[in-house]
Design a protein around this ligand. Structure first.
Ligand code: VTB
Ligand code: MG
Ligand code: MG
Length: 336
């Protein structure tokens, strides 16, 4: 039987629409376990706890998943490795992109903006990020989606966004990772008259914030991780808005390797090229507070989490605030 919805829910080839709701339990678990280590000063400790919790909780999710993006390689973090099979092995075959904590340094230092994220899409539909670790990105929300182009000068893009959002350029806020490599970009944004909002890490949260209303961020620009670009694309497919990405090799050797693997380094990849299928699901839970989500809060007997749950095919975005009984989490909170 075919449901009245746009996506069949009766076929094993298509993941069930409830999958996103299951994924949020996984990011909640990783965020809670990781948040035990907020401010501890050791980013691997926070990441390790989040990875362990994520691994344990993924096993309960009904899917036949293969990790294609297991962030951690670039940062030598304790990763869910590429090729690892996750889920209970039933149901549709899917690609999985995880970042148990995007912003491990933020977590360890007690700074804002750290997230736990998990994204799933039909098998074979996520861009393979192995060629190049970094990607030049441009992200805007739905209202400005049709007026920007990564190939255009910064000023042109910023002015186009201002026009699309019907506000003066001086009120356009551009989120940029605070890195020496962005010095020229930052001056160009400021010369165009827009505001720069620096983030120390966490450009998944930055990208989604740029595409969501009322976050105070209108646009994200600059070079960040390729895996994070694909994770962000999964969310953008549901919120509307676009991410445009161009591979940004760190040196000639990496560039040559990418070219040999068949990549065109001048090509601007669109949201739908980074993730080709609309059968795409996304969940994120705040670890520390941020523009996008509140972080994990500990009460005497309850732990409160805030998460986003999205499904691209329907475009539904849910904000899920959950209360967890603290005693049930003691295994994850009393380690160390
Ligand atoms: C970004 C950021 C991540 O990596 O993608 C960044 O979102 C890019 O790499 O939180 P550099 O740190 O080398 O600039 C992180 O900081 C870590 O994954
Ligand atoms: Mg990351
Ligand atoms: Mg990470």
């Amino acid at each position: 039987m075919t449901s009245t919805n746009d996506v069949r829910s009766d076929s094993a080839a298509v993941p069930d629409r409830n999958l996103a709701m299951e994924l949020v339990r996984v990011t909640e678990a990783a965020a809670i376990a990781g948040s035990r280590w907020v401010g501890c000063g050791d980013k691997n400790r926070a990441d390790g706890a989040a990875v362990d919790a994520m691994r344990t909780f993924i096993e309960t999710v009904q899917m036949n998943g293969t990790v294609v993006i297991g962030e951690g390689e670039k940062d030598e973090a304790p990763m869910l490795y590429n090729g690892e099979e996750v889920g209970d092995g039933t149901g549709a075959a899917v690609d999985v992109a995880v970042d148990p904590i995007d912003g491990t340094r933020l977590t360890a230092m007690g700074y804002d903006n750290a997230l736990s994220v998990f994204a799933v899409a039909e098998r074979g539909s996520m861009f393979d990020p192995s060629a190049v670790f970094y990607m030049d990105k441009l992200v805007v929300g739905p209202d400005a989606a049709d007026v920007v182009d990564l190939r255009n000068p910064i000023r042109a893009n910023v002015e186009a966004v201002a026009k699309a959002l019907k506000k003066p350029v001086g009120e356009v806020t551009v989120c940029i990772l605070d890195r020496p490599r962005h010095e020229k970009l930052v001056s160009e944004v400021r010369e165009a008259g827009a505001r720069v909002k620096f983030i120390m890490d966490g450009d998944v949260a930055g990208a989604i914030a740029a595409a969501r209303p009322s976050t105070g961020v209108d646009m994200m620009l600059g070079i960040g991780g390729t895996p994070e670009g694909i994770v962000a694309a999964c969310a953008l497919k549901a919120t509307g808005g676009v991410i445009q990405g161009r591979l940004a090799p760190i040196d000639d050797a990496e560039a040559q390797k990418a070219i040999d693997a068949g990549h065109d380094l001048d090509r601007v990849l669109s949201t739908n090229e980074l993730v080709t299928s609309d059968n795409c699901y996304f969940a994120a839970t705040g670890v520390t507070n941020g523009d996008l989500l509140k972080g994990v809060r500990f009460g005497r007997s309850r732990i409160i989490t805030q998460s986003l749950v999205m499904r691209a095919a329907s475009g539904t975005v849910r904000v899920v605030e959950a209360e967890h009984r603290r005693d049930k989490w003691s295994h994850w909170l009393e380690q160390g």
